[in-house]
Design a binder for this molecule. Structure first.
Ligand code: NAD
Length: 453
């Protein structure tokens, strides 16, 4: 691994990656490589957890292609030096900021959207001009092996390499000095990454998880709210970092919410055969999720097929914050519904919990919307919608506190892998003598005029 990183550092220091033409070429190569191997990518993810072609395209590859096109279109603009004003005390001079690639970047991916979460940060790193070591999640082993195959066939290792493996390999990688680490995964492992990065003072972006609430107020468009929440919750079998983890519903509409939710789930006919449902990623997670389902509180669903690793879309009611399902991020197809009487109290409860990656509010009340948006600190989210904010590259995507630090997508991704160098450029035609000795009272008077203090 040391040799790989040394080679990448050598290549970075040739300054090849700083050339915009090189970066554009690599972005286009990546798109071409993925397009040419789409069927291979579909087959691998289906073998890993039975994700359909439709879902793989719509929730993974389309987003990566979109990111590539966005970067190709805007790269000149993003890479340009940006002029800023020069203040009076520095007059006469030009001031500007130059974005520069940080260097050798390590991207560590999570398993739930194995292509998107590995390759979207790679696109950002390529756009910025870094060299890249990608460590995809080892859990969907087929997607990891396929990415390695496709990437190694199209890129030289000194520029972009895939290292496969789990904890031992990642631990070994983390001992090396990188210039940037971009991690997507759990809060628990995020702390391990942050500590390892601190050893080399390597900047990090941490895209982590947590429990993301959705508020449903009494005056919302309930049918629409239910339709969207059922889609957001059960997409990818609930294994989505920004899926609504639990639903806070005003007590006056709780019963209606439950009935409509059950009807919507039935209408959707969730199944692997229909291509709109996936397996739970592994046995460990089936077991973990099973423990969260309190049979006494199941309103709908609750069936677990251990052999097939399928948990039916499950809705739980009469849930309290003390229940097992509320103790950790669910990351599976279980929707706990908690009734609230006062939005103030519900919001205050969420404020007391770790900061969510996402938060959603379904309401027609401006007051309720503003309350949720202004009082709770969370990564990102939606009003009368869930999950889809991730698909707008103009919105920086990232968490806050235990749900992460830093953000990406669009220009924010470019920024995550860049350093912005501040430069002041002076004329050599003349020099103001103020800063030089002797420091006379007259010079001090002038300096005070410049600073205006
Ligand atoms: P994870 O933290 O278990 O694994 C993520 C990566 O870290 C994998 O590549 C894995 O090999 C590596 N890893 C695991 N243990 C490690 C260790 N001890 N030392 C070094 N590396 C280690 O996460 P996961 O199970 O793949 O994903 C689920 C979590 O990720 C959830 O919490 C979810 O919310 C979060 N997530 C966040 C986002 C986001 O964009 N914010 C996206 C997807 C998932």
């Amino acid at each position: 691994m040391k040799e790989l990183i040394d080679n990448q550092r050598w290549f970075f220091n040739t300054h090849t990656t700083k050339d915009i033409r090189f970066r554009l070429q690599q972005l286009r190569t990546l798109k071409r490589a993925l397009k040419a191997n789409e069927q291979l990518l579909y087959d691998a993810i289906y073998a890993d957890f039975k994700k359909s072609e439709f879902d793989t395209y719509a929730t993974e590859l389309a987003l990566v292609y979109h990111d590539i096109d966005d970067a190709v279109k805007n790269l000149h603009k993003w890479s340009r030096k940006k002029k800023v004003k020069t203040n009076l005390v520095n007059f006469p001079a030009k001031s500007y900021v130059i974005p520069q690639p940080l260097g050798v970047a390590l991207v560590i991916g999570a398993w739930n959207y194995p292509y998107q979460l590995s390759l979207a940060p790679v696109v950002a790193a390529m756009a910025a001009g870094c060299t890249i070591v990608l460590k995809p999640s080892e859990i969907p082993s087929g997607t990891s092996a396929t990415m390695k195959k496709v990437i190694s066939e199209h890129f030289s290792e000194e520029y972009f390499a895939v290292v496969e493996g789990g904890v031992p390999e990642t631990t070994e990688l983390l001992k090396q000095k990188f210039d940037k680490i971009f991690f997507t995964g759990s809060t628990f492992v995020g702390k391990i990454i942050y500590k390892a990065a601190a050893e080399h003072l390597t900047p990090v972006t941490l895209e982590l998880g947590g429990k993301s609430p959705a508020f449903v107020t009494e005056d919302c468009n309930l049918k629409m709210a239910v339709k969207r929440l059922v889609w957001g919750k059960f997409l990818n079998g609930g294994q989505t970092c920004i899926s609504p983890d639990y639903i806070l519903v005003h007590r006056s509409i709780e019963q209606r919410f439950l009935e409509l939710t059950k009807a919507e789930i039935e209408k959707e006919h969730y199944s692997v055969e229909n291509g709109n449902y996936v397996q739970i990623i592994n046995d460990r997670n089936v077991e973990r999720l099973q423990k969260m389902i309190d049979p006494e509180k199941v309103y709908h669903g609750g069936e677990v097929d251990e052999e097939e690793r399928i948990i039916s879309p499950t809705v739980m009611h009469n849930v309290t914050f003390g229940d097992a399902v509320m103790q950790e991020e669910i990351f599976g197809p279980i929707m706990p519904v908690i009734a609230y009487d006062s939005l103030d109290e519900a919001v205050n409860k969420v404020i007391d919990l770790p900061k969510p990656l996402s938060c959603y509010v379904f309401t027609n009340s401006k007051k309720a919307k503003n309350k949720v948006l202004n009082e709770i600190l969370f990564g990102g989210g939606g009003v009368n919608e869930n999950v889809v904010h991730i698909a707008n590259p103009n919105l920086p995507f990232g968490g806050v506190g235990t749900s992460g630090m830093g953000s990406y997508h669009g220009e924010d991704g470019f920024r995550a892998f860049s350093h912005y160098k501040s430069i002041i450029e002076k004329t050599t035609l003349f020099e103001l003598p103020l800063k030089y000795y002797p420091h006379t009272p007259r010079k001090l008077w002038w300096i005070k005029q410049f600073f205006k203090f």
